[in-house]
Structures are given as structure tokens and as C-alpha cells.
Design a protein around this ligand. Structure first.
Ligand code: ADP
Length: 649
């Protein structure tokens, strides 16, 4: 066990990002400070879940501290509120890692989004909600926080105390703690007259009831109660009538939440607000969910499921260490969180709970993978999710697709069995529709009579793709082209080779073969020129040929039908791989006067030095048109300058 042995107080700096975020929070980002308590109770409940899971394989780790609970201790005079749990606690290293340093995945993406949202204050709560600041939200109400924690398995003098006023630094030191788990003491900020008192038992009861009622461990608090005095202590008159008090005030521990598992209740019984609160507790997302599915299945496989689709993608959607997926329970008892076996990866954004009656409580992840019951549940949940997406109203679906389309699409190549389910759900922007998503069904419906294939082009920028010279001929014929701008699309098109009987065809690779064959005589006449240009660009292109793509532009670069697309090459390079350099084909527009003029020049004087320059220029123009990087931009610009001045002379 890692512990800090010498007892001295260390002072550390918050990571810059943490401080930035704290400032946002402290500067009254939230109109609803109440939720700090929900966040701390959620963390406490997670910590208890964790120690419970650990105890399955390490019995003994609980000692005699086996009655799980979350205890709240308000003190109105001192203006403090303590939240304690007997969960898994944290070691010194874990405190350092989890609190103050942001070890969270998706931080970089979050900071980028924050930067972009500058000046748009209204966006901030939503952004922070997606990221989930959890613990730090306590700084909305506290001027100082002291967290004392003792990890499961550590002894009483191996506890750790973390303290901060949220002003850029925190201190950390050794501490004594008699019980396992974490206590968070909040020293509340001075209140304005109209602000709530978070030490008032009715305020606390209200918040717990509203936000944390279904937490599956008791949330307790000592409350003052009137208790009848024992008869012997009641002072009575001669007629045996009491004079004075018949009751006395006593402190009693009370459980504030019902702990009712929301998923076992009947759907008509649960309000939208309750569903929403449960979602927030479960997901650590502050935004309401987009959709939910609440199921109860009886029969051979008995289980409950309550699934949610978030309204916003979290920042760590593409990060491998992302968590909080499906929580697995058996008869209301928590087994594990993030149960990946219950959801395919392309539905990893789905949050929720599955409670299966017949699961063994100490089932391991390895066993789960082959468990027939689990496989059955998964199959059925996936089916329900597809049904939900299929019948979602188009506008809502577009919103869903904006957030999660890129993830859903992964299923096309990762799960061949679901390919036919996913393909109709896929949407693309197209040459004819750059603001609205187009389904493949609509695409096919709109195909002109003489169009036989579904055309697509891949790249990272919609606008560059939309104006790519490769699409000129297709546009002239009014053939729509799918503009694929997600990296995963490169893999999608490798699996989705046809839709509704129509082959998918790259608009940038190979010949389009949609026009009458290129005039052979004309081809013949240019043969020598093409050979010359190829010679001049030998290290850059593998072939020079008449284009089947172009109507207006002079030149473009295309790949071979089975070769790698330019975008794929870029993606591989960006991920640190070095794909073999693929030379591409320089296509020239036979209908363009420039090509004709160069040919005349070439036939009259094959040794003219400008011919070499023009060859390079034709190549560079093709590179620029597809948004590529020129090898020598200065030379390109100089040449264009010279040509312009000649043209204007
Ligand atoms: P989140 O809960 O969204 O991960 P937080 O900032 O709230 O983010 O917490 C960061 C981490 O600190 C948690 O993931 C958990 O590992 C740890 N943590 C927070 N509260 C507790 C607690 N009461 N007991 C044990 N660990 C905790």
C-alpha cells in the first residue's frame, strides 16, 4: 500500500485547468447550487459500490464495518456540513491523482471547447455538465473544503487529509481516521439574506429527496425528534393530569432517502423528474437525457433494464479509459459499474442499469463474457435501442446523430451482424444537402434514372470536399455525392460496399466511367505530352491520363480503385504510422483550353524549358484544389504571378 510516512504538510499547486474550472464554478456559474450535494452523495455511493465489488474477491477487507451508509452532519452554528461514507476511500497517491490534478480523460477536448465558448457564458453550464466536475462543485457553496480519507485496507494512522480554499493551492498531510472511507467537511460561505442555509435540516432533506432519493445506500442524518417522556418523568397534578412537558427533544439518526430502486418500479409510477434525477446520479452528466427505455422482462430470463441516451456527447467518448456505462445489479444489489459486456462498443454512450435476477453476485468480468444470460440480455437491449432509434422523430434523430453518429457508425465494421440494422440509420451531408443529414434511403430514392452507383468522397473538411474538382462531372450530371468527414468513414466504406443493391463508389479513386469513353483519337494525340509530363513528375505521380472527373478544373489527383484514399493516408500519418508512399494519378481535363495550348507548345518545341514548369504547375494546382500541402508554395505563387502578368500584358 502506498502511503506517505513522514508527517508534514505539503502544499501543491492546482493544475492550471483545475483552477480555470474552479474559477468558472466559483464565479456563480450555476443558478442551482443545490446539486453540489447530489455530486458528493453520488461520489460516496460510487465509493461504496467499489469497496463492495472489491470485497467479493477480498473478503475481510470490510472488517466489521459492513453497514454501508452515507452520513450527513450539519452544524448550523459553525456553518459546516460533513458528508461521510464508508466506501473504498483513497490512498495518498489516489488523492493526488484524483483531486487537484484532473486525471480525467477528455480534459484536452474540454479545454478546447471552453476556449471556443469564450464570451458565450450561457454555454458554460452545458459544457461543464458534459465534463462533470463532481467534487469541485462543492466550491460553489464552500469557502474551504477538508477531505479526510482512509483507503480500504489502510490502518487508522494511514489516513490522508486534503485541504483547500479553492484559491490555486491545496495542502495534503497524514491524518488519523478511525473508520474506513471518506469524510468531506465543507466550511460554508457566508450567506446572503435570501440564500439557502445548507445546514438547515429541512433544506438538506429537500435536496436529498429531490436529487438522491433512489441512492441505494441510506443517506442518514441526526435529527432532533420529540420523544414521549417515560411516565415516571412526567410531572402530574393530583388528578393525574400532566403539568409541563410530556415529551423531550432527542437526537435520532434518520434515513432521508427511500432507496427505492427506480428500475423496479412500474413505468406509470415514476415521474419524468425522477427518471431525470436518476440519470444525472448515474451518469454524472448535468444535462437531461435525450431518451430512455425502461423494461421489465419476465420469463426464462428475468431482468429489469433502465437505459438512457444522453443529449450531449461526453468529452471522453473516444477515450479508452471512459467509464460509467451500464451498471449491473442482481436483485437490487450492485455488482459492477461500466459493464461493457452488456452493450456493444458502438452503443457505448448508452447509460443505465440492468438488474438480472439470476446472476451470481460474485460473477467476474471474464465469466460475464460467456454468460448466456448476459448475451441474451445484450441482444435484447440492442434490439430495443435500434427500435427506439428507428422510430425517433427525424429532428430529434438529427440531434442524436450530431452527437453520436460517429460512434454508431463504428458498428458497421465492428459488428457485421448488425450492419444491416445500422446502415439505414447512418446519415451524411451531401453535395446537395450540406446543412441537413441525408439517409441512404433518401439518397437512393433521389438517384436519377441513369445513376447506378452511390458516390462518396472522404476528407476532413466538408467545404473542401463539397468543392473538390473530383466531383465536377458528377455534379454536371446531377449525381449526388456523400461527403464523408469522419475518420471512421474510411472503415465504414470498406465494409459497407453496397446499399439497397447499389454499389458504393469512391468519387476520387479510379475512373468514374459515367460518360461516353474518352475520344480515342484525341487520347492518341496527347499520348506524347502525357508521357513527357509523367517524366517531369516522375517522383510524384505514377500515371498521367485523361480525366473522367473534371469539367471545369484543369487537373486533379486521383487514387487507384483499390488504393488508399488521400484522407486515409493523412489519418494514418496523424496517428504516427508511416503508410507506404502511394503515388497518385494526375488527371488532366481534355476539354480545357490550357491542356490544348500546352500540347501545341509541346508539339512545336519539345525542348522548351517552360514545359517542365507547367508540368509542376499542373500538379501543384491539383494539390491545392484538394486542400493539400504544396512542396514549394513560394515557387507556385511566383509562377502564378508571372503567368498573370503575361496574361495581362
Ligand atoms: P467524477 O466523480 O466525475 O469522476 P470527481 O471530481 O467528483 O469526478 O471525483 C474524482 C475522483 O475522485 C473520482 O473518480 C473518485 O475516484 C475520487 N473520489 C471522489 N469522491 C470520493 C469518495 N467519496 N470516496 C472515494 N473516492 C472518491
Amino acid at each position: 500500500m502506498e502511503t506517505k510516512t513522514e508527517n508534514k504538510i505539503e502544499t501543491h499547486q492546482f493544475k492550471t485547468e483545475v483552477q480555470q474550472m474552479l474559477n468558472l464554478i466559483i464565479n456563480s456559474l450555476y443558478s442551482n447550487p443545490d446539486i453540489f450535494l447530489r455530486e458528493l452523495i453520488s461520489n460516496a455511493s460510487d465509493a461504496i459500490d467499489k469497496v463492495r465489488y472489491k470485497a467479493e474477491t477480498e473478503p475481510g477487507i470490510l472488517g466489521d464495518d459492513t453497514e454501508f451508509k452515507i452520513h450527513l452532519k450539519p452544524d448550523g452554528i459553525a456553518q459546516t456540513l460533513e458528508i461521510s461514507d464508508n466506501g473504498i476511500g483513497m490512498t495518498y497517491d489516489e488523492v493526488m491523482e484524483n483531486i487537484g490534478t484532473i486525471a480525467k480523460s477528455g480534459t484536452a477536448a474540454f479545454m478546447d471547447a471552453l476556449e471556443q465558448a469564450k464570451g458565450q457564458e450561457t454555454l458554460l453550464p452545458e459544457l461543464i455538465g458534459q465534463f462533470g466536475v463532481g467534487f469541485y462543485s462543492a466550491f460553489m457553496v464552500a469557502e474551504k473544503i477538508t477531505l479526510t480519507t482512509r483507503a480500504a485496507g489502510a490502518s487508522a494512522n494511514q489516513a490522508v487529509r486534503w485541504t483547500s480554499t479553492g484559491d490555486g493551492t491545496f495542502t495534503i498531510e497524514n491524518a488519523e481516521k478511525p473508520e474506513r472511507g471518506t469524510t468531506i467537511a465543507l466550511h460554508l460561505k457566508k450567506r446572503e439574506k435570501d440564500e439557502k442555509d445548507f445546514t438547515d435540516q429541512w433544506v438538506i432533506r429537500g435536496i436529498v429527496k429531490q436529487h438522491s432519493d433512489f441512492v441505494s445506500y441510506p443517506v442518514t442524518m441526526m435529527v432532533e425528534r420529540d420523544e414521549p417522556l417515560p411516565d415516571a418523568e412526567i410531572i402530574k397534578d393530583k388528578d393525574d393530569k400532566p403539568i409541563g412537558a410530556t415529551t423531550r427533544k432527542v437526537m435520532k439518526e434518520e434515513t432521508l432517502n427511500s432507496m427505492k430502486a427506480i428500475w423496479t418500479r412500474s413505468t406509470s409510477d415514476v415521474t419524468d423528474e425522477e427518471y431525470e434525477e436518476f440519470y444525472k446520479h448515474l451518469s454524472h452528466d448535468w444535462n437531461p437525457p435525450l431518451e430512455r427505455i425502461h423494461l421489465k422482462l419476465e420469463g426464462t430470463t428475468e431482468y429489469y433494464a433502465l437505459l438512457y441516451i444522453p443529449s450531449k456527447a461526453p468529452f471522453d467518448l473516444f477515450s479508452p479509459e471512459r467509464r460509467h456505462g451500464i451498471h449491473l445489479y442482481s436483485r437490487r444489489i450492485f455488482i459492477m459499474d461500466d459493464c461493457k459486456e452488456l452493450m456493444p462498443d458502438y452503443f457505448r454512450f448508452v447509460k443505465g442499469v440492468v438488474d438480472a435476477s439470476d446472476l451470481n453476485l460474485n460473477v467476474s468480468r471474464e465469466i460475464l463474457q460467456q454468460d448466456r444470460l448476459v448475451l441474451n440480455i445484450r441482444k435484447n437491449l440492442v434490439k430495443k435501442l435500434f427500435e427506439l432509434l428507428e422510430k425517433m422523430d427525424p429532428e430529434k434523430y438529427a440531434g442524436f446523430y450530431d452527437e453520436f453518429g460517429a460512434v454508431l457508425k463504428e458498428g458497421i465494421y465492428t459488428d457485421p451482424a448488425s450492419k444491416d440494422k445500422i446502415a439505414p440509420l447512418v446519415r451524411y451531408k451531401t453535395t446537395k444537402s450540406q446543412d441537413k443529414w441525408v439517409s441512404l434511403d433518401d439518397y437512393v430514392k433521389n438517384m436519377p434514372e441513369d445513376q447506378k452507383e452511390i458516390y462518396y468522397i472522404t476528407g476532413d473538411q466538408l467545404s473542401t470536399l463539397a468543392s473538390s474538382p473530383h466531383l465536377e462531372k458528377l455534379k454536371a450530371k446531377s449525381f449526388e455525392v456523400l461527403l464523408m468527414t469522419d475518420p471512421v468513414d474510411e472503415w465504414v466504406v470498406q465494409s459497407l460496399t453496397e446499399y439497397d443493391g447499389k454499389p458504393l463508389k469512391s468519387a476520387e479513386k479510379g475512373d468514374l466511367a459515367i460518360d461516353e469513353a474518352v475520344d480515342e483519337k484525341k487520347q492518341e494525340a496527347y499520348h506524347a505530352l502525357f508521357g513527357f509530363i509523367k517524366g517531369a513528375l516522375e517522383d510524384k505521380v505514377k500515371e498521367v491520363k485523361a480525366s473522367s472527373h473534371l469539367t471545369d478544373s484543369v487537373s486533379c489527383l486521383s487514387g487507384e480503385t483499390w488504393g488508399m484514399s488521400a484522407y486515409m493516408e493523412k489519418l494514418l500519418k496523424a496517428s504516427g504510422q508511416s503508410p507506404p508512399e502511394t503515388k497518385r494519378v494526375l488527371e488532366l481535363n481534355m476539354g480545357h483550353p490550357v491542356i490544348e495550348k500546352i500540347n501545341t507548345l509541346f508539339e512545336n518545341d519539345r525542348d522548351n524549358p517552360v514545359l517542365k514548369d507547367y508540368s509542376v504547375l499542373l500538379f501543384d494546382m491539383a494539390v491545392v484544389a484538394e486542400g493539400g500541402k504544396l512542396e514549394n508554395p513560394a515557387r507556385f505563387s511566383k509562377m502564378v504571378g508571372e503567368l498573370l502578368s503575361k496574361a495581362m500584358a
